[in-house]
Design a protein around this ligand. Structure first.
Ligand SMILES: Nc1nc2c(ncn2[C@@H]2O[C@H](COP(=O)(O)OP(=O)(O)OP(=O)(O)O)[C@@H](O)[C@H]2O)c(=O)[nH]1
Ligand SMILES: [Mg+2]
Length: 211
């Protein structure tokens, strides 16, 4: 007998992950979606993306069921080689650096500049900053630096995580999903109010025409 698994969700969002090569983007996705992380001997640089091949995870955020499509990209070629379809309709962008490698932090500005220039990021996208590998003892980027960059650039959120030992990984996606749900509900409420006042104006005009 065939078994059908019902994939029920109320909200669906696309999340794109970017950042320099080796910062742990694929490990983060794997940790969240499969509960495991790439070991040193298994890890390899993501070379390209197959546009039908993204990771999917359905989970609960408070009382709501959310489905995330998580797109991981190769950090090697940096942004100029990334196809716009990677970002197309992304609801949130997660920008990752490695807390033990200064260049991955210094290059954040270039990632952001290119994103703005290419129009990948506008006021409706959510930008989240993540410092990965906080399990390592050779951490050199202080937490306050990450916070500063996130605040200065008006980012929605900042977290230090470890894809290796899972620290803050579930919290990261939970927070992103919760913020996206809130944003979506707020937008629909605004739209509902706009429609209501538009209908209201229409009725008023009709009524005035009677005189
Ligand atoms: N200690 C530690 N190592 C990590 C962590 N996350 C990833 N790594 C290691 O960092 C290396 C690179 O990880 P990847 O996930 O392949 O990095 P990536 O950002 O996807 O790299 P590209 O695909 O080249 O862009 C691997 O050896 C991982 O095992 C972490 O949180 N802590
Ligand atoms: Mg990768």
């Amino acid at each position: 007998m065939e078994t059908f698994i019902m994939d029920e969700w109320k909200f669906i969002f696309k999340v794109a992950i970017i950042g320099d090569s080796g910062v742990g983007k694929s490990s983060l996705v794997q940790r969240f979606t499969q509960g495991e992380v790439l070991q040193l001997d298994q890890a390899h640089s993501t070379e390209s993306i197959d546009f039908s091949d993204f990771s999917v995870k359905t989970f609960q955020v408070e009382d709501e069921t959310v489905k995330l499509h998580i797109w991981d990209n190769a950090g090697q070629g940096r942004l100029h080689s990334i196809s716009p379809s990677f970002y197309l309709n992304a609801d949130a962008l997660i920008l990752v650096y490695d807390v033990t490698r200064q260049p991955t932090f210094d290059y954040l500005l270039h990632w952001m500049t290119e994103m703005y220039d290419k129009g990948f990021y506008d006021e409706f996208n959510m930008l989240v900053l993540v410092g990965n590998k906080c399990d390592k003892v050779d951490k050199i980027i202080p937490t306050s630096y990450g916070e500063l960059v996130a605040n200065y650039n008006n980012m929605s959120h900042f977290l230090e995580i470890s894809a290796r030992d899972s620290e803050n990984v579930a919290m990261l996606f939970n927070d992103v999903a919760a913020m996206l749900i809130w944003q979506k509900l707020r937008m629909s409420e605004l739209r509902r109010r706009e429609t209501k006042s538009f209908i209201g104006v229409g009725r008023l005009r009709k009524w005035l025409c009677c005189f």
